[in-house]
Write a protein that binds this ligand. Sequence first.
Ligand SMILES: O=C(O)CCC(=O)C(=O)O
Length: 236
Amino acid sequence: MTGRSQPASSEQADGLLGPPGYRVVAGWTAPARARARAAEVIAAHRGTAPEVLRNPHVDQEWAQAIVRAARLLNAVRDVIGPNVAVENMFLVVKWPGRDFEVPWHQDGINDRLELDPERSVAVWVALTDTDTESGCLHVVPGSQRAGYLPYEAEPDTGAARGRALGIRVGDSIQGVAVPVRAGSGLLMDTRLLHCSHSNAGDGARVGLNIRYVAPGAVSMRDGSSPSLSPLSGTGW
Ligand SMILES: O=C(O)CCC(=O)C(=O)O
């Protein structure tokens, strides 16, 4: 685990990923293999062209293989310890020529649940090369120290992705772009502010957002039970 500094008076601790609140995991698979998988995903969904597909790891082998990819899982274990489950996974496709922005948000809180940032980590996985043109993630380094912030659902546009949560901050946030190569990924503190812009490139941009948790990390806010897919260790 990374070292943690003591919080300043109104701030929370740096958290499991240190002062920046994020870290790149290079090469969980070869770039060519990731791009080939993306091509299959694109071909399979070109007809309906959904922007978000929920929890493909529950019934699709390729997604199960990714959440268990050794380099990814080892990086996750390094951060939250040996007992690991997947709490949620989104496949996110930014189809070219379509307006699809993901507003500033934090992955560890929504109407249903809150994740303990000391026992959970969000991972964004690139299946295609992502840069500022194609709609890579932007993050606010150190924003995890502000803790979970008030949020609201963005207006329902009827888009195929459903509604996203955005925090109430207006347009004042300055983030940094984090381009990620196909086959690499980004570990993020579950409180880290991040967003992505629309894809202005020629090809589809394909990524996966995975929330990994250790035992006891999930607090349900709506009275339901967490739906976990254990991957390793005990306590499930
Ligand atoms: O893939 C993206 O552009 C953003 C996904 C994301 O931030 C999320 O699902 O929480």
